[in-house]
Design a protein around this ligand. Structure first.
Ligand SMILES: Cc1cc2nc3c(=O)[nH]c(=O)nc-3n(C[C@H](O)[C@H](O)[C@H](O)COP(=O)(O)OP(=O)(O)OC[C@H]3O[C@@H](n4cnc5c(N)ncnc54)[C@H](O)[C@@H]3O)c2cc1C
Length: 494
């Protein structure tokens, strides 16, 4: 088995860094190229305020890092995890997120240690990951290097990729490699470059239906984070708007507001900082964080649209379309940022690629193994996100229609969710754990209600009277104003 290969990676975002981890430290050489400049030599603060990243404009949006990623780091790179924690990032475990009632009777169960979010600004995570990866034997980063296309070879009716054409200081040079990896993110040009060479690369694409708005804040000196309050959750979906508070490192946090694409007036209004803050102040779960006594804004409102779920197929009818070439991260599978899965997915794919290369020397075998493994590991999550996004798009449309009457099926589903699933999450630790495992991408969504204990828990809760559920505090408090009231507050036309 070959283990002396040179792996050339285009893109040093999260997936490229994942590749550096997966392939570094051994007998292979890995070179990671990026057209953006390297991180500043200084602290996480410098990276946040001054690292120019035109190639990854989502860098300054809120990011949460799921258990799928934190578990991988903890198990395979414990010293990296220690470094991350030392630099001010934090882990937030399953027990930390339980309601006070559940927390009282909480008994740790096997696997709970994997349900940990990492609280970090994206810039901080990238900075530490990059520094760690750069120290591993065999790893080289080259910045200010723009990939201009693949070096290809047609042989025996097959298309091989033998490296990259790379532009540095105005000069294009060939960089050859045994394996070439596309980690250039969501706007990758590789599918077009390879199609021009005769490859068939199909894409499934579905809209996320939302736009993303993020503002960063920092706790003022002497102020602390608010205590967790189950009646003022750090995130909620009001139908016409969703919000989330993302705790980060070193006293930073951010709030993201997601607005449905069809809410064009709200979309224009929310980007103004005064409107953003006013909307957040109307939602108790966000208000308690951004309260001007407690925290100060440290950024403008960043916005981002054109959000799509995209799955790219590099194998067509069982035939790999480009050999010695692999896509990882957003270049391979792109997902709705709301679910916080993209970074986990990119790093997991990098490690699945390592497994595929280790399993065989045959380029066709490798391509098929990689395709099979990413489909198994990621497709169930992708499919469920697409379905949920479709439901959310419909819900946003209904919010705007005062005469909307849901049909029987929609009423049953609403009742099941609001009277069964959600209260069970707050009042039944097994249901909460099962939901958390899906959230963290550790269990596939469809498996949750197949667990008899979980199904019984949800059905039992559905059958429990409203009075009893109220008595036990199992309903979430109202997360914010109705649409018309929010529009009035922001002084915009509904
Ligand atoms: C608004 C928003 C919020 C998100 N929130 C979360 C979250 O909470 N949690 C989560 O896990 N995920 C989140 N995601 C998804 C996550 O950001 C992506 O999945 C992740 O960044 C993908 O990593 P990547 O390395 O594939 O691409 P990127 O991180 O986009 O990196 C691509 C890199 O390739 C480089 N590049 C591009 N073209 C070239 C070229 N021609 N030559 C050289 N270099 C090139 C770029 O400079 C860049 O550094 C969010 C995404 C968005 C849009």
């Amino acid at each position: 088995m070959r283990n002396d290969e040179h792996i050339l990676v285009a893109g040093s975002g999260i997936a490229g860094l994942g590749a550096a981890l997966a392939f570094g430290g051994g007998t292979r050489r890995v070179t990671i190229l990026d057209r953006d400049p390297p991180p500043p030599a200084g602290s996480a603060e410098e990276a946040f305020y001054s690292w120019e990243r035109r190639g990854a404009t989502q860098l300054r949006h809120s990011h949460a890092f799921l258990g799928r990623l934190t578990t991988l780091i903890r198990e395979r790179y414990p010293d990296l995890m220690a470094e991350l924690l030392h630099e001010g990032t934090r882990l937030f475990g399953f027990e930390d997120g339980l309601t006070p009632t559940l927390a009282q009777h909480y008994v740790p169960s096997k696997g709970d240690e994997d349900l940990k979010l990492l609280f970090s600004r994206r810039t901080t995570l990238e900075l530490i990951l990059r520094r760690y990866a750069a120290r591993q034997p065999g790893v080289t980063f080259i910045n200010d290097a723009g990939v201009r296309g693949p070096i290809v070879r047609h042989e025996g009716g097959k298309l091989f990729v033998d490296g990259l054409k790379v532009e540095r200081i105005g000069v294009v040079e060939d960089m050859r490699a045994d394996v070439t990896v596309d980690a250039t993110g969501r706007n990758t040009l590789f599918p077009d470059w390879l199609r021009a060479e005769g490859a068939t690369i199909k894409e499934d694409s579905k809209p996320c239906g939302i736009l993303y708005y993020t503002r960063h804040y920092k706790l003022r000196d002497g102020q602390e984070e608010p205590q967790r309050d189950p009646n003022a959750a750090g995130g909620a979906d009001l139908g016409y708007i969703k919000y989330g508070v993302f705790i980060a490192d070193n006293r930073h946090f951010s709030v993201t507001v997601a607005v449905p694409e069809i809410e064009s007036i709200l979309r224009t209004a929310i980007v103004k900082p005064e409107n953003f803050d006013a909307a957040c102040m109307a939602m108790p779960g966000a208000a308690r964080w951004i309260d001007p006594v407690r925290a100060e804004p440290v950024s403008r409102v960043f916005s981002m649209g054109e959000l799509h779920n995209v799955w790219r197929h590099y194998v067509e009818d069982g035939v790999p379309q480009a050999l010695n070439f692999f896509a990882i991260g957003d270049a391979s599978v792109r997902t709705n940022p709301l679910y916080g899965r993209g970074c986990s997915l990119g790093v997991v794919e990098a490690h699945l690629l390592r497994g595929a290369l280790d399993s065989s020397d045959d380029p066709v075998e490798r391509a098929l193994t990689y395709e099979r493994e990413i489909t198994k590991a990621m497709r169930p999550y992708y499919n469920s996100m697409v379905d949920l996004d479709l439901q959310a798009i419909r819900r946003a449309e209904h919010e705007r229609d005062p005469n909307y009457q849901p049909g029987l099926r929609a009423r049953i589903m609403k009742s099941f969710t609001e009277e069964g699933l959600m209260p069970a999450q707050r009042g039944d630790v097994e249901v909460s754990r099962a939901m958390s495992r899906v959230f963290h991408m550790l269990d596939e969504p469809a498996t949750m209600l197949r667990k008899p204990r979980v199904l019984l828990g949800v059905l039992g809760m559905w059958a429990t009277s409203t009075v009893e559920k109220k008595r036990r505090g199992l309903y979430a408090a109202k997360a914010g104003p109705e649409r018309a009231d929010m529009f009035k507050l922001l002084n915009i036309a509904a």
